[in-house]
Design a protein around this ligand. Structure first.
Ligand SMILES: C[S@@+](CC[C@H](N)C(=O)[O-])C[C@H]1O[C@@H](n2cnc3c(N)ncnc32)[C@H](O)[C@@H]1O
Length: 422
């Protein structure tokens, strides 16, 4: 094993980082922002002292329990390895789909607190030791059936400068290296849908398809979180690869379980954001706009707004997406402009599809970083179930026979196939 320390390309942070793009502001504009921020801090302090004389919002009880969107399945005998685990969105999906995780890796130390509290038995490697660029993955060979990960999306996101491979945060080559070294039976790679645009077609060909397609049959598809009952507009691209051709042929992309904008279907209706949060009706509801990651810039942000359009949509919903409060009580004390409902971390978790008791905690900007960066768990669950189904069917059965049998039993087969590792 080569023990020479590897270079850490992304070691710089804040305004020192190569991806930092400062705002070009006049002194007058900068001063205006400063004054607004000071005013808002003072208003918050008054509110927390109970000096808010406007009517308080009653604290709502959410109507959506995201766990109902991803019923826990029995163990399926498949072993998963999680890279770039973050707040655990994809991990939750795989866990509830019946996988057993061998380990979870992330460079953020905070991830150890969240995943460690949620799953005390889980091997969570976070902080410097969780840096995927420093790993020799061969230790996991023969020990992992499915490798999954959502590498950082900033190099491909429409919210950033879309520098792709030129952005040192691009970790897709690292996920590919892990697949090559471990040779799992299947892998799942998730990212923003911007990665599936023409701009990155060559990049994907060179970085993902070419190195892996000799040993894997790879499928690429885009899913919408609202199609799985999540009350938010959130599109993500998935790459799913199988080392076994039959498993790849059996694989079916997850089909929607829910629908938002049609009454003429037998699918369940996705709740609107207000209904999901338990807010009173305005005679109008809608999906929440895509929740932004709070960790996308060098400054700490407690806002979930990711564009001018999304701000307009939050306004229309009567929901205040800036200054997210640490909890519902604090949110109710600090009445937002126009009497709009102020979001709390717990609300953001509902809108993202996290279980209500998921241990993501303040500080708010760090918690929002984990929530906004995550795969909506019910969407991850749908992919995890589809992969388990393709891997778990006995090879001599046809798809129809197997799926009707599965429908009878209401679960995937717990059979582990051997011999597909190259
Ligand atoms: C898009 S988020 C993943 C979210 C996760 N899949 C989920 O569903 O919650 C990307 C994660 O990659 C992590 N990351 C970035 N560079 C890394 C590195 N070199 N090693 C390990 N993790 C890294 C970040 O800390 C972040 O949590």
């Amino acid at each position: 094993m080569d023990t020479t320390p590897k270079q850490k390309p992304y070691a710089a942070t804040g305004t020192e980082a190569s991806w930092h793009r400062g705002w070009i502001l006049t002194d007058a504009k900068r001063e205006k922002f400063r004054q607004t921020s000071l005013k808002s801090q003072a208003a918050k302090a008054r509110a927390m002292r109970g000096e808010c004389n406007k009517p308080k919002h009653p604290i709502p009880t959410p109507r959506l329990d995201p766990c109902t969107l991803m019923p826990k399945r029995r163990p399926n005998g498949l072993r998963a390895l999680s890279l770039f685990s973050g707040g655990g969105g994809l991990d939750i999906g795989f866990d509830r789909a019946g996988y057993e995780h061998v380990a979870s890796y992330d460079i953020l130390p905070l991830v150890a607190n969240v995943l460690g509290e949620a799953w005390p038995e889980r091997r969570v490697i976070a902080g410097d030791a969780g840096d995927v660029t420093q790993m020799d993955w061969r230790i996991y060979r023969e020990r992992v059936d499915v490798l999954h990960g959502g590498p950082p999306c900033q190099p491909f996101s429409h919210a950033g400068s879309r520098a792709g491979a030129a952005d040192v945060r691009d970790m897709i080559p690292e996920l590919v290296r892990a697949v090559v070294e471990i040779r799992p039976r299947a892998f799942v790679c998730e990212n923003v849908s911007g990665l599936a645009t023409k701009q990155f077609a060559r990049y994907l060909q060179a970085v993902l398809f070419e190195p892996l397609s000799r040993n894997y049959t790879i499928r690429m598809f885009i899913l919408e979180a609202a199609s799985f009952g999540v009350p938010q507009r959130r599109k993500r691209v998935f790459f799913v690869g199988f080392s076994n051709k039959q498993a790849a042929e059996r694989f079916c992309e997850p089909t929607p379980t829910h629908v938002w904008d049609s009454a003429t279907t037998k699918l369940s209706k996705t709740m609107g954001a207000r209904e999901a949060l338990g807010l009173d009706t305005l005679g109008f509801d809608g999906l929440a706009p895509t929740i932004r990651s709070g960790l996308t810039g060098p400054r700490h942000s407690t806002s979930v707004v990711n564009s001018a359009t999304s701000l307009r949509d939050w306004n229309a919903l009567g929901i205040w997406p800036n200054g997210v409060a640490p909890d519902r009580h604090a949110a109710s004390l600090f009445v937002a402009k126009g009497g709009h409902y102020r979001l709390s971390l717990a609300d953001c978790m509902v809108l993202q599809g996290f279980p209500a008791d998921w241990p993501i905690k303040p500080p708010v900007y760090k918690a929002l970083g984990l929530i906004g960066n995550s795969v909506a768990p019910p969407m991850g669950y749908a992919v995890a179930c589809a992969v388990a189904k393709a891997l778990s069917m006995p090879p001599n059965r046809t798809r129809t026979t197997s799926s009707s049998r599965e429908a009878r039993h209401g679960r995937a087969y717990g059979v582990r196939l051997r011999g597909s590792l190259k």
